[in-house]
Design a protein around this ligand. Structure first.
Ligand SMILES: Nc1ncnc2c1ncn2[C@@H]1O[C@H](COP(=O)(O)OP(=O)(O)OP(=O)(O)O)[C@@H](O)[C@H]1O
Ligand SMILES: [Mg+2]
Length: 243
């Protein structure tokens, strides 16, 4: 029996009002228990793709489906199945870490969490205990990112979207963040992320996509990348060698 698809781009295209074709007929799918990492240069269309899944943008053509639901047709229904961790996590600076978690959990309709649940999820994401009751405004980027992923975990959605989650994290935090994504994948989450970190992507992702000028020019599973030099492949795709 094949596992169903949780996130699916179907001939997805996006042309911005000023005429730029940011996403050009992109198709891929991410199943439960799979991490799909999008690589690609600045302006390749990664953020645009993610933003269509979140219904921050309407597609010009095609569909971004979450659990089979087209994001732009039934946005509220689609969003119930997905948690988003943004590059610049929008949290409340005057709330503590625990207060932010509690606020966003309740906003998402989760009222069952206890102080101990918040403590445990913050420890899971690696936020040291002495910071749990400190205000966010004194947090580093990595600490805020940890709160963002904690909120995503508490939402307990089957799909997780992340736009450059490890940018600006120190090497140890970046490593731990990818380990955490790996553990969420192992729990059956479908993860779609963008990143510029080729090495971490190769270590953790199950499928790598490379975007160039709006098109998905390469898509390979871990098995399909075995023995390949991903950095070399990336450079070749950037140079258009395979087109
Ligand atoms: N709001 C916008 N209006 C018009 N064009 C846009 C808008 N946002 C992005 N673009 C264009 O769409 C293309 C894709 O941008 P996008 O932000 O999706 O790239 P990206 O792959 O996320 O890049 P980066 O690695 O720099 O984050 C670029 O050519 C960009 O200039
Ligand atoms: Mg981007």
């Amino acid at each position: 029996m094949s596992v169903h698809t949780m996130l699916e781009a179907v001939n997805l295209s996006k042309r911005y009002e000023d005429g730029a074709l940011a996403v050009d007929d992109v198709s891929f799918s991410v199943r439960p228990g799979e991490i799909f990492a999008m690589l690609g240069g600045n302006g390749a269309g990664k953020t645009t793709t993610i933003n269509i899944f979140l219904n921050f943008l309407e597609p010009t053509a095609g569909e971004a489906r979450i659990n089979g639901i087209a994001a732009h047709r039934a946005p509220l229904e689609a969003k119930r199945h997905v948690a988003f961790v943004s590059e610049n996590v929008m949290l409340y600076p005057t709330f503590t870490a625990v207060q932010n978690l509690d606020y966003f959990a309740r906003l998402g309709g989760k009222t069952q969490y206890t102080a101990d649940d918040y403590r445990r999820v913050l420890l899971r994401v690696g936020l040291q205990e002495e910071a749990h009751h400190k205000k966010l405004k004194g947090f580093s980027k990595g600490m805020r990112q940890k709160c963002g992923i904690a909120i995503a975990i508490l939402k307990d959605a089957p799909a997780i979207l992340l736009d450059e989650p490890t940018s600006g994290l120190d090497p140890k935090s970046g490593f731990e963040f990818m380990q955490l994504l790996g553990s969420l994948r192992d729990e059956g989450k479908a993860v779609l992320m963008s990143t510029h970190d080729i090495f971490r992507a190769k270590e953790t992702a199950d499928t790598i996509g490379i975007m160039r000028q709006g098109r998905l020019v390469m898509q390979r599973s871990r098995a399909g990348l075995a023995g390949e030099d991903l950095e070399r492949l990336y450079m070749e795709h950037m140079a258009g060698v395979h087109e």
